[in-house]
Design a binder for this molecule. Structure first.
Ligand code: ADP
Ligand code: MG
Length: 502
C-alpha cells in the first residue's frame, strides 16, 4: 500500500489541480457510423454478445462508415448546453492503436477540430456554492468493444488464460467532454469532481441525449490530478485515473491521489505521468500504463468521412430547443417552492428534486411534498436499501397528502397507508378502504368511546368543569388508544368540552 499524507497537511503544502474527461454515451437508435442497434439505447438493453454488430463495427476490409445525423444533433445540443461554441466545420480523425477491442486498429475520434469547444458549466456544491468549471472541448467519437479476461483472479489481462471480446459496444456514439485544468477548488477538489460528474449526468438527462445511467457505464469519468507546491507557477505532473464511474468513486479517487502524490513529493520523489486504475473495494489507485503528452497515436484526418458542417439554422434550432439548465432550474424551483437553503439542499442532495416537483405538480403543497420525500419515504428507502424514487409514485404521495388535508387521515395513519402503498396494496384510497384506516369523525362512535373513557376516569369531568380544560387530554388520549389512533382528535375534544358545558 502506498504511503499517504494526511489530507489537510497535503493541502497546506500543495495546491491540487484537477482535469476531468467525461464520456457520455448517446442514446441514438443506431451506432455512430453504422446501422447496428445501439446498446446504449434502452431498446437494446440486454442484447447478447456480438448481436449488435455489422461489418463497419468489426472493421472488416472494404466497409465504409456513415455519420449518424442524430448523433451529430445530440452532440451539438450537448455542446450548446455546456456553453460551447459549435464549429462550423469539424473533422473526424483516426486515432491509431493496436488492441483487439477495436477491429480496425484505430478509433474514429476528433482531434484538432472538435465539434464543440470553449464553454463552461456551473456546478453546485453540496452547500449551495456555485463553482464554474471551464470546458476545453467536447468531441464526438466511437466507443470500443468490451474485453473480458478469463482465468485470472483479478479480471485483468495479467494472469488470464484467454480473453473474450464483445463488439456490441464498438461504434457506440460518445461525446468526450474535456475540462481545462481546474484551479481554485482547493480542499473541495474531490467534492467538485463528484458534483461536476453529477452535473454532466443531469445535463445529459435533461437533454434526453443519453440514458445517463452511471451504473450502466453511460457516463464515465477519467480524473486527472496533479499537485504543485504553494506559490509555484508550473503545473505538477498529473496522473489520470481511468473509469471512475460513480460520483462517490470519483470523489474518493481524487482525494486518494492528492494524498498519495503529496506523500511522494514531500519525500523528494517524482510523480510518474501515467494512467491509474481505481479499486472500489480497497479505495486505492494502482499504476496502469505510462502516458506521456507526446503519446503518438498518429492522428490523421479520417479519409472515409466528410467534415461535419452543421448549418447555422440547425445550430439555432437546437439552441432554441435547449431545456432549462439544471442549475438554473434548481434556482427557479427553490424560489417557487419557498424553501430555505437547507430545505432545498436536503431535497437536491437526496436526488429528490424530480419527485418533489412531480408531487407538487400532482397537487401537493411544496412543504408537504418535501416532508414526505425527505422524511418518511427516505427513511423507509434507507431501511430497505432502495432509492426513495423507486418506492412510491409522486401521484400516490400527492393523493396521500390530500387525504391528510381532507381530515381523512392523521399523519400517523398516513404513514401506515404509505407503508401499504409501498407494499403494493394499491393506491392510498384503496389502502385506507382495505385496511380500514380512515379517521373516525362519526359522533356516535366517538361519543361511545368518550363515555367509556369518562367512566374509567371519573374525576376528569369534575376537573374540566372546574376550569382545568387541559385535563381533557387524558380522555382524548384514552379515546385515541381505544380507537387505534383513528379518532378525529379535534372532534373528540369538542365533544368533551360540549359535554362539560351541558
Ligand atoms: P489525454 O489525451 O491525456 O486524455 P486530454 O487533453 O484528453 O489528454 O485530457 C487531459 C485532461 O487533464 C484535461 O482535462 C486537462 O485539463 C487535464 N490536465 C492537463 N494537465 C494537467 C495537470 N498538470 N494537472 C491536472 N490536470 C491536467
Ligand atoms: Mg483524453
Amino acid at each position: 500500500m502506498a504511503a499517504l499524507m494526511d489530507y489537510d497537511k497535503a493541502l497546506e503544502i500543495f495546491e491540487p489541480v484537477i482535469g476531468l474527461e467525461v464520456h457520455v454515451e448517446l442514446n441514438t437508435r443506431t451506432k455512430m457510423f453504422s446501422a447496428s442497434g445501439n446498446p446504449a439505447n434502452d431498446e437494446f438493453q440486454g442484447a447478447g454478445p456480438n448481436t449488435l454488430v455489422s461489418p463497419v463495427d468489426l472493421g472488416l476490409p472494404g466497409s465504409m462508415p456513415t455519420v449518424n445525423a442524430e448523433a451529430v444533433r445530440k452532440s451539438i445540443s450537448l455542446g450548446l448546453a455546456l456553453g460551447c461554441s459549435i464549429a462550423p466545420s469539424s473533422r473526424f480523425a483516426r486515432k491509431n492503436y493496436f488492441y483487439p477491442d477495436l477491429g480496425k486498429n484505430y478509433q474514429i475520434s476528433q482531434y484538432d477540430e472538435p465539434i464543440a469547444f470553449e464553454g463552461s458549466v456551473e456546478v453546485e456544491l453540496e452547500d449551495g456554492t456555485i463553482f464554474t468549471v471551464p470546458i476545453e472541448r467536447a468531441h464526438m467519437e466511437e466507443d470500443a468493444g468490451k474485453l473480458t479476461h478469463v482465468g485470472g483472479s483479478t479480471g485483468r489481462i495479467q494472469g488470464a488464460d484467454h480473453s473474450l471480446v464483445d463488439y456490441n459496444r464498438a461504434g457506440v456514439p460518445l461525446v468526450e467532454i474535456v475540462t481545462h485544468p481546474i484551479f481554485g477548488a482547493e480542499h473541495r477538489a474531490p467534492e467538485l469532481a463528484k458534483a461536476y460528474l453529477g452535473t454532466i449526468r443531469d445535463i445529459a438527462r435533461s437533454l434526453g441525449i443519453s440514458e445517463a445511467r452511471m451504473e450502466r457505464g453511460n457516463v464515465r469519468c477519467d480524473a486527472n490530478v496533479s499537485l504543485r507546491p504553494r506559490g509555484a507557477e508550473k503545473l505538477g505532473t498529473r496522473t489520470e485515473t481511468k473509469n471512475v464511474n460513480s460520483m462517490r468513486s470519483v470523489e474518493r479517487a481524487v482525494r486518494y491521489e492528492i494524498r498519495r502524490q503529496a506523500a511522494i513529493l514531500a519525500d523528494g520523489g517524482t510523480i510518474t505521468q501515467e494512467t491509474r486504475h481505481w479499486h472500489e473495494d480497497t479505495g486505492e489507485t494502482s499504476p496502469g500504463r505510462p502516458k506521456s503528452d507526446a503519446d503518438d497515436y498518429r492522428y490523421f484526418p479520417e479519409p472515409d468521412l466528410l467534415p461535419v458542417a452543421p448549418s447555422e439554422e440547425l445550430i439555432e434550432e437546437l439552441r432554441a430547443q435547449l431545456p432549462e439548465a439544471p442549475a438554473v432550474k434548481r434556482r427557479r424551483l427553490k424560489a417557487e417552492w419557498g424553501f430555505t437553503d437547507l430545505e432545498f439542499q436536503d431535497v437536491a442532495n437526496g436526488g429528490l428534486t424530480d419527485v418533489v416537483e412531480q408531487t407538487i405538480a400532482a397537487g401537493a403543497a411544496p412543504q408537504s411534498a418535501r416532508k414526505w420525500w425527505t422524511g418518511e419515504i427516505t427513511r423507509l428507502a434507507n431501511a430497505a436499501d432502495r432509492e426513495p424514487a423507486d418506492m412510491v409514485s409522486p401521484a400516490h404521495v400527492a393523493q396521500l397528502q390530500q387525504l391528510v388535508d381532507a381530515g381523512t387521515l392523521t399523519d400517523k395513519l398516513a404513514r401506515q397507508v404509505l407503508e401499504g402503498v409501498i407494499a403494493g396494496e394499491g393506491d392510498p384510497q384503496q389502502v385506507v378502504d382495505a385496511r380500514g384506516l380512515a379517521v373516525v369523525s362519526d359522533d356516535g362512535a366517538l361519543i361511545a368511546a368518550i363515555d367509556d373513557a369518562l367512566a374509567a376516569q371519573p374525576d376528569v369531568m369534575e376537573k374540566i368543569k372546574g376550569g382545568k380544560v387541559q385535563a381533557a387530554g387524558a380522555i382524548i388520549g384514552a379515546v385515541m388508544k381505544a380507537m387505534k389512533g383513528q379518532a378525529d382528535a379535534a372532534r373528540v375534544r369538542e365533544l368533551i368540552l360540549e359535554r362539560a358545558q351541558a
